[in-house]
Design a protein around this ligand. Sequence first.
Ligand code: NAP
Length: 424
Amino acid sequence: MINLSKIPCNKEELRPPSEGEFVKYENGKLLVPNNPIVAYLKGDGTGPEIVTNAIRVIDAAVEKAYGGKRKIVWWQVAAGDEANKECGTVLPEATLEAFKMARINLKGPLTTPVGSGYRSLNVAIRMALETYANIRPIKWYGQPTPHCHPEKIDWIVFRENTEDLYMGIEFPWNSKEAEKIRDLFKKEFNIELRPDAGIGIKPISRFGTQRVMRRALEWAMQNDIKRVTIQHKGNIMKYTEGAFREWAYEVAISEFRDYIVTEEELYSKYDGKMPEGKILVNDRIADNMMQQIITRPGEYNIIVAPNIDGDFISDEANALVGGIGMAAGLNLGDGVAVAEPVHGTAPKYAGKNVINPTAEILSAALLLGNYVGWKEVKVLIEDAIRKAIKNKQVTYDLAREMPGVSPISTSEYSDVLIGYIKES
Ligand code: NAP
C-alpha cells in the first residue's frame, strides 16, 4: 500500500504509482493488466479502519490466488474531512480525476450533514462518474439472522443511481425558489400548494431507467440468474415510477426478446411453466416488494429499482441477513466502477477498532470478482468469511446476536480472514 505524504488536491498534483498500470476500456470491454492501479479513499468516521483492513485482506487473497503473478497497486486519494483539512474542499478535483483515470476504485463511507450543509459527496461522486447502476448483493454467509429461511436469500438489488429524489433538487419552504414554484403551480396548473411546503423534484427518465435495466439483464445472463423483478411505486407516482416500470419492460422486450419471458406471457403463452433457459421478468409495487422478500424470499433474484426504492429495499434486505456490516455495494458506469459498502460512517465507533469491515471487504471482492474478472479472489474471501462466522470469530455486531460469543476487533477479524485465506 502507498503511504500518502501529501493529498493531491489539483489535477496537476496527481502522481499515479509508477509500478502499476491503468486498466483500459475499449469497445465496451475492460482490459486488465496484472498490476492494475486501484484508486481508493478512506472516507470519514470508521472509513479509515475498514478500508485499511479491507486492503490487507484483498492483498492476501490476490497473493494466494495468483502467487505473485498479479498484484494490485493502490493509489490513495481523499475526500471528506481528510481532504477538507488538506485542500480546503471535501471533494478535490484530483480525487474525481484519479477515479476516472483508474476506472476501478474503492471508497470508504463519507459523511453527509443532515438538514443543512453540503449535499452528499457520495451522490456527487456517483454523478460525476456516471456510475448509474448501484449493485447491492444480499447473501447469507452463516451469520445470525432474524429470518427463519436465510438459505433462500440470494438477491441483488440494482438501484438506479443518478436520478430520482437523490438528485437533490429541492428548495426550503421559505426560499424564493419554493415561492416561485408554488406561484407557477397556482397560475399554470391551478394546483394550490401550502405556503409552508418545501419542494422536492423527482425526475426519472427513460434513458436513466433503461441503462440500469439493461445492466441488470446483462448481469442476469452472465451469471445465470433466472428472475429479474422491477420494483416501483407506479400506482401512485405514475409518470415517474410508473414510467420506470414501463421503460424497464420496454428494454427487456426490445433488446432481450430471445432471452426473457414476462410474467404476463408466462401465463398467457406458457401455462405458468417457465420455458427452459429463459429469464422471467416481472414487476412488483414497492410496498408489496418490501413484504414479499420477507414472506417469499426464494422467489426473487435481481430486483431493479429507482434510486429511492432501491435504497430502502437494500437496507431491509440486508437487515434480514444480519445487518449492514455485511452489506456490499458496487457503483457501475460504462468503463468505471466504484466499490463502496452500503453503510455509512458509523461515527460513534470511529477510531475504536470494533466495526465490521466485511461490507467494505465484500465490496472490493465484488469489484475484483465480478467487474475485473478475478473470480478466484472473491471465492477465497467469501470462503474465509464463512469460516470466520462458523467459528464464531466475529466483530461486535454479529457477536451480540450470538449468545456467549465475545467480539473480536476489526483488525483481529481481518487477521482471521487473512489466516483462512493463506491456509486454504
Ligand atoms: P451508518 O453509518 O450506516 O450507521 C448506522 C448504524 O448501522 C451503526 O450505528 C451501526 O449500528 C450499523 N453499522 C453501520 N456500519 C456498520 C459496520 N461496518 N459494522 C457494524 N455495524 C454497522 O448510518 P448513519 O448513522 O445514518 O450515517 C452516518 C453518516 O454516514 C451520515 O453522515 C450519513 O449521511 C453517512 N452515510 C454515508 C454513506 C456512504 O458513504 N455511502 C451511506 C450511508 C450513510 P449499531 O449502532 O446498532 O451497532
